[in-house]
Design a protein around this ligand. Structure first.
Ligand SMILES: [Zn+2]
Length: 660
């Protein structure tokens, strides 16, 4: 039996430690090859190179350090090959030296899914063998249509060995502090993958009886990976198994790289862009890989267009991503964009938008203060997005420096919540359209009614023990084992709020003949909700972040359940609108922090008050830190009739109240 060494994320990426910007993670040659703009960088221009040179200068690095930046991600490997990209890699090495001189850590961008054959074939004549191919053997292209970007198959050992060679060079030669992967997608049908898939099936279903029962097939020798046409309801047992296979294969591929990097240097941090979750209806949302793949990265990159803001009907937040990080004990690097009404993406144009985005990451677990937009060129490269106006620059600088000066407010922060939202893998993977809008509806209700909550993935169901109330929002596909666990939890006195068709099917979407959770019906600590009032209706193919119409009804049931179980929220926030978010953390020192965030931060909220739960019984001192205020202010803890109360006079964008 081999004993595998385990690693934890290096402490320098821990809660409250990072103020990050995008530091040009695409090399200039990429923009040249593309010939037009990408990520609001106008590549097809005469001035792009001047901007690119200037961004690599010491003057820029010094300016970033003054803004409070202590980490960035820059280009290293885009897929052109070690030879095709050599001069840009040399530049990264010099740039990293400059960054280190000014106290900035550097992540090297590493594209995992792109083979730019036009140069790569010059170095690797058989790179064609590394391609991901579809069901008909055709090359899988990046974004389906970018003809000069083949995608690489991570299950190909030769390609993976090459990837390691690149990583080793980034760490040993360019001396970067972290590796950041992008483009990690996998839907391959190559020979290797077909073979691995059959092996996976045979291990799981080793006898003819087993494969007959599961697939109606006496032999699995000729089975092939089904075409990629993911439906929202997946009945086909082979399509179900390929989902499971790919999830495990992706985790294994990342694991191999992770252990390789950690053996080189455990202080090198590993980040990965999972591309999940998105608001769009997509199979990315459906596959729920992160519980397995998340173990093999130190930082979760959350790329999306979920820029926090409030519009007429919608309150968009990035809280879900931060909670995923909390559930996996990882910090999150947020990268996000505002959407223009005319289509396309845009950097924030108002200081309050920047403040909100930076503070949100801090408030929900001490995640990375990030500005992915900051250095994108404006005014033909004479400015960058963050210094188009002094007000924009000041907003980022003041928030970054506030966080720099108050790292101790996040030291070892662990969220405190007694409500858990359960994510069953199979319900998402096989019955996505039923499950996902309900989970997202509950998420929205909890956020907008100031209930701190945590996520529990079915892969880590032992974490349910940490909560008093568990919400099963239309989790239609539960295994017998899961059902038994929920009955046991209910018998122990945990509160269950169960909606819709939960447990109607088994873990393979087969409908059950009996109600597996029948034992819980009638228990005072279990509420069964008819229908699914928390469900958010799909709009075309995206899911808006809106309160479901029956949010109040759902919230009432939750409060009722809390009374029945005899638990109380860590804090109750009074005097606020639905646009204020709250989170509560315990620090390594034992101190408690309450984080309040006003999503409608163009107008302050007046007279906010906090009702403290018994968790705060030992606290005698409350100090409020607000990045927009002159300095910290001590608040009075008043003995109320039923609980102790702290009053805040005004909440502009963000406040942290530190209790000792
Ligand atoms: Zn393959």
């Amino acid at each position: 039996v081999s004993k595998e060494k385990t690693y934890n994320p290096p402490s320098w990426v821990g809660p409250g430690k990072i103020r990050w910007v995008w530091g040009l993670w695409e090399p200039m040659i990429f923009y040249r090859r593309l010939g037009h703009q990408s990520g609001t960088v106008e590549g097809g221009t005469h001035w792009a190179e001047d901007w690119y040179e200037r961004m690599h200068s010491e003057e820029t690095v010094q300016w970033l350090a003054d803004l409070g930046v202590n980490c960035l991600t820059t280009h290293y490997y885009k897929g052109f090959g070690l030879k095709g990209e050599a001069h840009e890699m040399e530049r990264t090495k010099e740039f990293t030296e400059l960054c280190h001189k000014h106290g900035i850590r550097v992540f090297a961008y590493h594209q995992l899914g792109t083979l730019i054959y036009e140069t790569l074939l010059d170095e690797v004549p058989n790179a064609r063998d590394w391609r991901q191919v579809d069901h008909d053997g055709r090359t899988k292209l990046y974004g389906k249509t970018v003809y000069w970007r083949w995608t690489g198959c991570q299950q190909n050992p030769e390609y993976w060995a090459y990837v390691k060679k690149v990583i080793r060079q980034a760490i040993e030669v360019a001396k970067v502090d972290g590796i950041q992967y992008d483009g990690f997608s996998y839907e391959c049908h190559c020979k290797i993958c077909q073979q691995k898939f059959r092996e996976f099936l045979k291990e799981k279903y080793p006898t003819p009886e087993a494969s007959l029962a599961r697939f109606g097939l006496r032999t699995l020798d000729h089975v092939r990976i089904p075409p990629d046409n993911i439906q929202s309801k997946i009945w086909d047992p082979l399509v179900q198994e390929v989902q499971r296979f790919r999830r495990q294969a992706m985790a294994d591929a990342l694991r191999e790289l992770y252990l390789f990097i950690k053996e080189l240097n455990p202080e090198v941090a590993v980040a990965n862009n999972e591309g999940w979750p998105r608001q769009k209806m997509s199979n990315q949302n459906q596959v729920l890989n992160i519980p397995l793949t998340g173990k093999w990265q130190d930082v979760l990159v959350a790329e999306s267009s979920d820029f926090p803001h409030v519009s007429e009907h919608e309150m968009t937040t990035k809280i879900l991503y931060y909670k995923i990080g909390n559930a996996l004990d990882r910090t999150v690097q947020p990268t996000m964009w505002l959407h223009k009404e005319t289509g396309g993406i845009v950097a924030p144009e108002k200081p309050e938008q920047e403040r909100l985005a930076i503070a949100e990451a801090a408030a929900f677990g001490g995640h990375w203060a990030g500005a992915t937009w900051a250095l994108r060129p404006r005014n033909k490269g004479r400015n960058v997005a963050v210094n188009v106006t002094p007000e924009l620059e000041d907003a980022v600088g003041s928030y970054f420096n506030f966080l720099k000066d108050h790292e101790s407010l996040f030291e070892g922060a662990k969220p405190i919540a007694n409500v858990a939202l359960y994510f069953s893998y199979e319900s998402h993977a096989f019955d996505f359209r039923e499950t996902y809008p309900c989970v997202m509806g509950v998420k929205q209700i909890l956020i907008q009614s100031q209930v701190p909550f945590g996520l529990v993935f079915s892969d880590y169901r032992e974490q349910l023990e940490d909560y008093d109330i568990i919400i099963l929002a239309n989790q239609t596909c539960l295994s017998d084992e899961e059902a038994r666990l929920f009955i046991e939890l209910a018998e122990k006195g945990k509160g269950l709020l169960i909606t819709g068709q939960t447990a109607r099917h088994d873990e393979n979407l087969r409908e059950r003949g009996e109600d597996l959770l029948a034992l819980t019906r009638g228990m005072p600590n279990v509420i069964w909700v008819k229908g699914a009032p928390e469900c958010i209706p799909w709009e075309k193919d995206s899911l808006p972040q809106i309160l479901p119409t029956k949010a109040a009804e759902f919230e009432d049931m939750l409060r009722m359940l809390m009374r029945a179980v005899g638990c109380e929220l860590p804090v109750q926030v009074n005097g606020v609108t639905a646009c204020v978010g709250v989170d509560v953390h315990r620090l390594a020192s034992g101190a408690l922090t309450v984080h309040l965030l006003n999503y409608r931060n163009d107008q302050p909220v007046q007279n906010v008050s906090l009702l403290l739960s018994s968790r705060f019984a030992q606290c005698t001192k409350a100090v409020c830190y607000d990045p927009d205020a002159e300095g910290p202010v001590e608040l009075k803890i008043v003995e109320g009739e039923q609980s102790r109360i702290v009053d805040l006079y005004s909440l502009q964008t963000y406040a942290v109240i530190h209790f000792t």
